[in-house]
Write a protein that binds this ligand. Structure first.
Ligand SMILES: [Zn+2]
Ligand SMILES: [Zn+2]
Length: 308
């Protein structure tokens, strides 16, 4: 985000953001320090948000001071920002067949868990990784083993931290392109770490599921319920899609401006079976204000009877 467009440089909003019965937010920049994301999220009109706790494409983690963690907690309390989700670094592949890369990934994932615990985050969102060089089955087993190893002697239960396995766009070798694969990972990790799911609407669509037609959405949610269980979906990544259904192309689009359209999000946001979940956009910022507009677009879709 360009500095002059940073919402922190604008005067604070005069009107408090409209609250709804749903938790709605967006992936928020941590520029200038991780705690700045809470102030930004509030100014964007969110009551939940997601961040990276380090640079998403570098191995070297940021230092996180006790003071920054305390400040984050204070701001979240003041602005009622919950839950806080942290998205894991994109470089990490817990299914890697290269020993050196796997070790590096496990160490980096342990750092992610430690920072998430330090920041009192609720969720740590993980893409299951790539099984290139082995079978999908072995890949899933390796992810589960890697998470087990990475979280040894870290108390996620006490820290109230849950690892969320995210479904993916289903590109070649990528794990998590079907609900069954997400469910299998949850099964393998059950009893080892607190674990649940994050479902990304763009990924669901490009992986081949129909959520655009009303009947397709009904069937897809029934399938999701039968595999992962709807109550296990704690975060919905709300992204419209630039690419066609089944294309496996992961290109996020602004809410209502892509192949999904607004109705998809209206149905999700107003489905009482999903009311426990947080709805977090990861939409592009093509023009200044796109982040605020996408949050607003989601909030407007919550029907009056679900607002408060
Ligand atoms: Zn996502
Ligand atoms: Zn994506």
């Amino acid at each position: 985000m360009a500095r002059e467009q940073d919402i922190l440089r604008l005067p604070p909003p005069k009107r408090l953001p409209r609250l709804t019965s749903r938790r709605i937010g967006i992936h928020t920049s941590i520029a200038g320090g991780v705690e700045n994301a809470a102030e930004r999220a509030y100014r964007l009109g969110c009551n939940t948000f997601q961040i990276f706790s380090t640079s998403p494409r570098q191995w070297q983690p940021y230092e996180l001071s006790r003071n920054q963690c305390a400040q984050m907690s204070r701001l979240r309390e003041r602005y009622d920002l919950k839950p806080l989700a942290i998205h894991v670094n994109y470089l990490i592949n817990l299914a890697s067949t290269t020993p050196l890369f796997l070790d590096k990934s496990i160490e980096a994932f342990r750092g992610e868990v430690e920072r998430a615990l330090g920041l009192c985050a609720d969720y740590l969102v993980l893409h299951p990784g790539s099984f290139r060089g082995t079978s999908r089955e072995q890949g899933l087993a390796r992810v589960a083993a890697s998470i087990t190893l990475a979280t040894r002697e870290l108390d996620l239960v006490k820290g109230k931290l849950t690892v969320l396995i995210e479904n993916t766009a289903g590109a070649e070798y990528s794990l998590g392109g079907t609900f069954e694969q997400v469910a299998e990972l949850l099964d393998r990790l059950c009893g080892i770490v607190p674990v649940a799911a994050c479902i990304d609407t763009c990924h669901v669509h490009v992986a081949g599921y129909d959520i655009v037609s009303a009947e397709g959405m009904r069937l897809t949610l029934a399938h999701l319920d039968a595999t992962v269980a709807l109550k296990q979906v704690r975060v919905w990544h709300c992204n419209d899609a630039k690419a066609e259904r089944g294309s496996n192309l992961d290109r996020h689009e602004h809410i209502g401006k892509g192949k999904l359209g607004r109705e998809v999000f209206r149905r999700l946001l107003n489905d009482t079976r999903l009311a426990h979940a947080a709805f977090i956009a990861e939409t592009p910022i093509d023009r200044p204000g796109d982040d605020r507009r996408n949050v607003e677009a989601l909030k407007k879709l919550v029907s009056c009877k679900n607002s408060r």
